[in-house]
Write a protein that binds this ligand. Structure first.
Ligand code: GLY
Ligand code: MN
Ligand code: MN
Length: 434
């Protein structure tokens, strides 16, 4: 049962807490797009990670006793006729408890009583509540009231500890349910890129292709994980180009950085293809440098290496390639040491991936880069971007190429989760013909 996975995560979190402490975490609030029109709701990633609960107006409290035992309370909205009329039925606490496998489920309007009881007992509180959060204000108010009772020997928690960093540590290693979910997301995104390769032609616009992708994701009950980058010609050299407002022209490249979020799990893919289905010689030369750098970087994706090793490998092969074309002047060691390659490759090679496209997890542990371990998921996405300049032959101008795949570290090495989308020149040209 998937609810067992979520219970296990809460247990793990409790095990990492100090004795005699509580943690408090709330669901994301609805965000307004304009006046009273909300954005589509997206649950807070950490809250979802612990609960599987995908609606607003909920709070999770985990208590770890003096003896190290854990208890949990899930607070949910009380069913009411107003909601029933306007937005739909609210499940009862009994329904929520059994569906999500919480130990205790309580209505949200009862939370002050529970908070007071546990704030009196506990020495530490874990939370990462925003100053504007009503829950934070409630915790503060109750703590101040408790402080006033110091003559009775009652005090509120004396320390507040950041909850996000605790949960982020857990999220670094994906469990088997998460891996399944990321694989599902990656498969949909891969199929979308394949469909785009077949659809791409010069009569279309970047925007039409973005809508094509969105429609593809929606048909698979998924949404864009981030605003798609559909960048043709010179736009391919703009790293975060999201205007997608140009028309596609034959002879140019199309860089598409797009992927879906399915059940809150994301993927992240970039492919660069020739709009008319055939790479020109200069495009092919640069493309094959990026491809080689990416494949070599993926070879470094194994336990005990770090993301820095992966990045350095990509830098090495990109620098070598640009040197061989005369776009950078040697020696190679100087190009790398002095960062001369950054004129063409100015971003990192990868980032953690999961509930967030850029999973906000640590990259350092004890002042050193984190060592890769089975269950970690991240992207490998080197690129070369050549803006027009007098020193560079014209045939290379406005070539922007990135190749991005998602990788899972395993005991044996790694698995490329996005392998279903082709990336060699011949494979892409074949796919575009079909
Ligand atoms: N799509 C965002 C990134 O590649 O990091
Ligand atoms: Mn990425
Ligand atoms: Mn990307």
């Amino acid at each position: 049962m998937s609810s067992d996975f979520f219970r296990k995560r809460r247990e793990k979190l409790a095990n990492s807490m100090e004795n005699n402490s509580i943690c408090v975490i709330e669901s994301a609030t609805e965000k307004l797009r304009s006046n009273d029109v909300p954005y589509p709701y997206r649950q807070d990633s950490n809250f979802f990670y612990l609960t599987n609960f995908d609606s607003p107006n909920a709070v999770l409290v985990i208590y770890r006793s003096q003896k190290g035992k854990y208890d949990e309370f899930f607070f949910t909205k009380r069913p009411n006729s107003h909601d029933e009329t306007w937005t739909g039925k609210v499940p009862s606490k009994e329904q929520v408890k059994s569906r999500f496998n919480f130990k205790h489920c309580v209505y949200l309007d009862e939370i002050p009583v529970y908070l007071e009881k546990y704030l009196i007992k506990c020495e530490s509180i874990y939370h990462s509540l925003e100053d504007s959060s009503n829950l934070k204000i409630l915790v503060k108010t109750i703590s101040s009231q408790i402080k006033k009772k110091y003559r009775k020997g009652i005090t509120p928690p004396s320390s507040t500890i950041c909850l996000h960093s605790k949960i982020n540590k857990l999220r670094l290693i994906k469990d088997s349910l998460e891996i399944r979910q990321i694989k599902t997301s990656a498969n949909i995104s891969s199929m979308a890129h394949n469909a785009l390769m077949r659809k791409c032609q010069a009569s279309l616009t970047e925007k039409q292709l973005q809508y094509f992708l969105i429609d593809f994701f929606n048909q698979h009950n998924a949404v864009e994980a981030y605003p798609s980058i559909v960048a043709s010609g010179e736009n391919s050299c703009i790293l975060h180009y999201t205007k997608n407002s140009s028309a596609l022209k034959s002879g140019q490249l199309l860089l598409t950085d797009a992927a879906c979020e399915k059940d809150n799990y994301t993927s992240d893919i970039t492919r660069t293809i020739p709009i008319n289905g055939k790479f020109t010689e200069p495009q092919k030369k640069i493309y094959n440098i990026v491809l080689k750098a990416q494949m070599k970087a993926i070879e470094k994706c194994k336990a005990n290496n770090t993301l820095v090793d992966v990045h350095n490998e990509a830098v090495k092969w990109i620098s070598k390639g640009l040197l061989s074309l005369g776009l950078l002047k040697g020696p190679l060691t100087k190009i790398i040491k002095n960062g001369l390659y950054q004129q063409f490759y100015m971003h990192g090679t990868g980032h953690w991936l999961g509930l967030d496209v850029h999973d906000p997890l640590d990259y350092q542990e004890d002042d050193s880069p984190i060592k890769l371990r089975p269950g970690m998921v991240f992207t490998v996405e080197p690129g070369i971007y050549i803006r027009p300049s007098k020193q560079i032959p014209k045939s290379f101008h406005n070539i922007g190429i990135r190749i991005e795949d998602d990788v899972l570290i395993t005991k044996k090495g790694c698995v490329v989760l996005t392998h279903k989308t082709p990336k060699s020149v011949a494979e892409i040209e074949n796919m575009m013909k079909s």
